[in-house]
Ligand binder design. Structure first.
Ligand code: ADP
Ligand code: G6P
Length: 465
């Protein structure tokens, strides 16, 4: 079996049970089973060292942490990755802050990561590069003579040509992606958008099996929806120690029912609209007062970027206003926790909730939707309320679907979710659970690596068009 080399900007801490962010959570779970190298960054900037990487071994995984100097952190991470690509690919072109030095920093870090990775590679490795931080790394690796099979997976949405055209050198980025043997996306809409961009911005040709031919290379572009480790999450959710903790918390609360939201504090997650819809539901159905409370867990994220600081302030204001309007001596409608919690506790909290709110304005997949389903008691499951703009919507049609731009509709759906009869809850949960189990994190890794091992055969077998 070929050695697996995973590259991602954020390298998860394999021994930390409280990490947040879908990429680190999913890769930790995928790589633990198979072993290999995990190469990337640990989130710390370093101008004092000699720039050399830190190598560590955890079980069968070797982690290689490549330091980023403070100037590159600003231009590459805060700048091009998170103030240009992230907002644009989440359909928030109004938040894009383009500067030429951001673009230069992005390319510089992609090149530096390729230079630092190259000495570790063997020609029969399977190299799997992740996410929007490294669109161009494949080109630099190929220029260095890397002939290993190289795949790329994008965890966030991929926009169509109209939107992508706002990205400086957009055609160059598409050509960079065509240097990979396999390019994977979360949804079929993302694949279709990518193919439209290939057609519009490059001279590449697509053959009858769906292989994209560009100069001397071929590339498979397909959908590989990411999943979770269902059994492990289910087990954590049912842990006795956490159940005792939650029972003691619930004894102090008046409300019978709990709605829950768990998201990095990001403007893409639709948290303010969710708060407003909750308030609207309380206005419209006063009998729900004291019957329901809403727990929002939202750890800080990318706080050095203005748009993230603004969303934090907005939420603090909103939760204060809503609690000020509706609270009583013995009831707090919204409990808002601004930090990360251990995965055990998170799983148990999801299980103890009657309704899970996953209402992003736009999201690549959203693992929390799958975690909520995995955590439920199948005999008395909670209801998932899911935005149609989450990648997960494609695979989870039995959730209560909402349009997060329509606060009135969301308020109505929250009420319906809280009052759904047991039989209907069980039916919906059963269908959702079956699907997240079939397409779990192992299936995601295996199907991607199968395609990467033999891309042409894979394309012929699947005849992707
Ligand atoms: P994103 O990747 O955009 O953050 P996802 O929903 O795909 O969104 O993944 C988020 C991951 O981070 C999930 O596994 C979730 O359980 C985890 N997470 C989010 N918030 C917290 C928190 N407060 N504490 C612990 N884990 C969290
Ligand atoms: C999303 C992105 C990941 C990123 C994570 C956390 O899941 O797709 O690439 O790692 O958010 O964000 P951060 O900026 O803290 O790495």
């Amino acid at each position: 079996m070929s050695r697996l080399v995973v590259v991602s900007n954020r390298v998860g801490n394999l021994s930390n049970p409280a990490q947040t962010g879908g990429l680190a959570v999913a890769i930790s779970e995928a790589i633990k089973g198979r072993g290999g190298i995990w190469f990337g960054w640990d989130g710390v900037t370093d101008d004092s060292g000699d720039g050399s990487a830190t190598i560590d071994t955890v079980g069968s995984v070797q982690t290689i942490l490549n330091p980023i100097p403070a100037a590159d952190y600003e231009a590459f991470y805060l700048g091009f990755a998170n103030s240009v690509i992230w907002p644009l690919f989440h359909y928030r072109s109004d938040l894009v802050r383009f500067q030429q030095d951001f673009y230069e920093g992005y390319l510089r870090v992609n090149e530096q990561f390729a230079n630092a990775l190259m000495p570790h590679l063997k020609s029969d490795d399977l190299v799997w590069i992740h996410d929007y931080h490294f669109l161009s790394m494949g080109t630099y690796l190929r220029n260095l003579g890397c002939d290993a099979r190289m795949g790329y997976f994008l965890h966030i949405p991929f926009p169509g040509p109209d939107l992508l055209a706002a990205l400086p050198n957009h055609a160059g980025f598409i050509e960079d992606l065509l240097q990979y043997d396999v390019v994977g996306f979360q949804t079929s809409a993302d694949v279709a958008n990518f193919k439209r961009c290939v057609e519009e911005f490059t001279s590449a040709e697509t053959d009858e099996t769906g292989l994209i031919r560009f100069h001397d290379r071929t590339c498979v572009a397909e959908r590989f929806p990411i999943g979770i480790d269902v059994d492990a999450f289910q087990e954590m959710a049912a842990s006795k120690a956490e159940a005792d903790f939650i029972h003691s918390v619930k004894l102090n609360l008046v409300a019978e029912k709990q709605m829950i939201g768990v998201d990095r504090l990001d403007y893409s997650k639709g948290i303010p609209a969710r708060f407003q819809a909750f308030s609207q539901m309380l206005n419209r159905y006063p009998e729900m007062s004291k019957k329901v409370s809403f727990l929002q867990i939202a750890p800080p994220s990318r706080e050095d970027i203005g748009a993230y600081a603004e969303i934090r302030e907005e939420l603090e204001r909103l939760s204060g206003t809503i609690n000020g309007t509706h609270a009583d001596f013995d009831w707090t409608p919204i409990r808002y926790i601004h930090r990360s919690v251990s995965r055990d506790r998170l799983a148990a909290m999801l299980r103890a909730s009657e309704v899970g709110l996953v209402t992003p304005m736009r999201d690549g997949m959203n693992l929390v939707a799958k975690e909520f389903v995995a955590a439920q008691d199948p005999e008395d499951p909670g209801v998932l309320v899911l935005s149609r703009f989450a990648g997960a919507a494609e695979e989870m049609p039995e959730a209560l679907m909402v349009n997060p731009f329509d606060i009135d509709e969301m308020a109505e759906m929250f009420y319906q979710a809280l009052n759904m009869p047991l039989e209907e809850r069980k039916e919906r949960h059963h269908a959702l659970f079956d699907r997240i189990r079939r397409y779990d994190v192992k299936a995601w890794q295996e199907s991607f690596l199968e395609a990467l091992t033999s891309p042409r055969e894979w394309a012929e077998k699947h005849a992707v068009r």
